[in-house]
Design a protein around this ligand. Structure first.
Ligand code: HEM
Length: 229
């Protein structure tokens, strides 16, 4: 197994881990957004609560969730390790060195990926404490639909977004996520060597659309729920 640990700790290995975990998180965000948009269904939370019950009890999805937590941690740890190595490699003149600019990417995002990632990590910790942990601790009211009792997660989310401070926190965090994705999406494909004269501009285009639409989709949820109360 030493070749594997050697690979994981090498600079290219760390970058490959960053790309693969990043792509996994990109897929997760689409699934999470699709489920969360049911919060806006206007049915008092029925569709969302039934969906959340399925997502938290289905064995296959529960296993994928553990992979997700590991993916988030690995992505953050490797990201911080790479950041430290780059700072060390640049030495005392690091402030004089310009970040390589890749055509078609956002240069603010490219130069600040570690900072943006750190803010997102803090967001995920607060977010999981607010919703996921309360649900795991069983600190959520129950509601009965068609004879079946499920957790009323909708009530928890809706109570959270009565607070304007949390609405602002979520919206600002989504702007940070948008910047992180503006560079991260296409960078993941580049690291994996998926470069092609014909397809790379397409990947960059999809990356930009994704980086704007997905955080926008998440941001409208607290805004609409706040305004509807
Ligand atoms: C308005 C935006 C969002 C809302 C309303 C929301 C809501 C929720 C709720 C209710 C849960 C607990 C139930 C469940 O596991 O599905 C949850 C879990 C989670 N959320 Fe969010 N979320 C939002 C945005 C985000 C974003 C942008 C991220 C990542 C950057 C994220 C990451 C997670 C993670 C990692 C979990 C744990 C998932 C699991 O256990 O499988 N969420 N979210």
């Amino acid at each position: 197994m030493s070749w594997f640990t050697n690979f994981l700790t090498s600079s290219i290995g760390q970058k490959v881990v960053m790309s693969l975990t990043g792509l996994f998180l990109i897929v997760f965000l689409i699934v999470h957004l699709t489920g969360n948009l049911q919060l806006l269904a206007g049915d008092g939370g029925k569709a969302f609560n039934i969906y959340a019950e399925f997502m938290t009890t289905n064995p296959l999805i529960k296993t994928t969730s553990y992979l997700l937590y590991a993916g988030i941690l690995l992505h953050a740890i490797q990201g911080w390790a790479l950041w430290r190595q780059n700072r060390k490699a640049r030495g005392p003149h690091r402030y004089a060195v310009k970040v390589n600019r890749v055509a078609g990417t956002n240069s603010f995002a490219a130069s600040n990926m570690a900072w943006l990632g750190t803010i997102i990590f803090v967001f995920i910790v607060v977010h999981m404490y607010q919703f996921w942990l309360q649900m795991k601790l069983g600190d959520v009211q129950m509601v009965t639909y068609d004879g079946k009792e499920v957790a009323n997660l909708y009530a928890l989310v809706s109570a959270t977004y009565e607070n304007l401070g949390f609405v602002i926190f979520y919206v600002v965090s989504m702007i940070v996520i948008a910047y992180h994705l503006l560079h991260g999406f296409q960078s993941a494909f580049q690291t994996l060597g998926l470069n092609h004269r014909k397809y790379t501009p397409f990947i960059k285009g999809v990356g930009k659309v994704y980086a704007i639409l997905v955080p926008l989709g998440f941001a409208i949820i607290p805004i609409i729920m706040y305004l509807n109360q």
